[in-house]
Design a protein around this ligand. Sequence first.
Ligand code: AR6
Length: 179
Amino acid sequence: MDKDLFARRVSVITGDITQLEVDVIVNAANHSLMGGGGVDGAIHRAAGPELKQACQRLRDTDWPDGLPDGKVALTDGFNLPARYVIHTVGPVYAKTKDKSHLLANCYRNALALADERGCRSIAFPAISTGIYGYPFDEAARVVLNVLDEALPRHELDVTLCFFSDKDAEAFATVMQEVL
Ligand code: AR6
């Protein structure tokens, strides 16, 4: 992995993703796109009711059966400082089934869509590692692999936004091991 590229383009922070002044934030949503707990709930509260209406329009048009695992859909950010929200659905962790490709798709597809929309900066929460139970270190390795593959392909600055110092430190530890 290109350590210098990571140092230039990836920031690891602790904070509330709804407050970040970036072009696009990523939402760890569920298939319904109608909001939920965790970061999804926080994003819907901060963006205001127009976000849910925009998500309903996505359901009525592009995703009548809901958004599948690993896919992405874009809305405006409404009351958020971010211009856009990219909604994605991480896999629910299962010990007996490797779903790392689905988690990788969340990150890969969000980066590609943000780039396609002309964004220069994107922030991710730790998708699937809350309510969906994905082990943190395993998820961190998936994220680092996707970034290694994707960073050379676009110009996006990537913020990985963790909700606690403990998570940010755990990620930094995995990053040191891998890079
Ligand atoms: N800013 C940044 N990170 C946050 C914030 C925030 N404001 N709030 C929580 N986190 P989760 P999942 C962290 O459970 O595992 C929802 O109900 C949190 O500490 O939000 O993908 C959806 O509707 C954790 O590290 O997402 C789905 O049903 C990370 O965000 C389900 O949860 C992800 O935790 C998705 O579960």
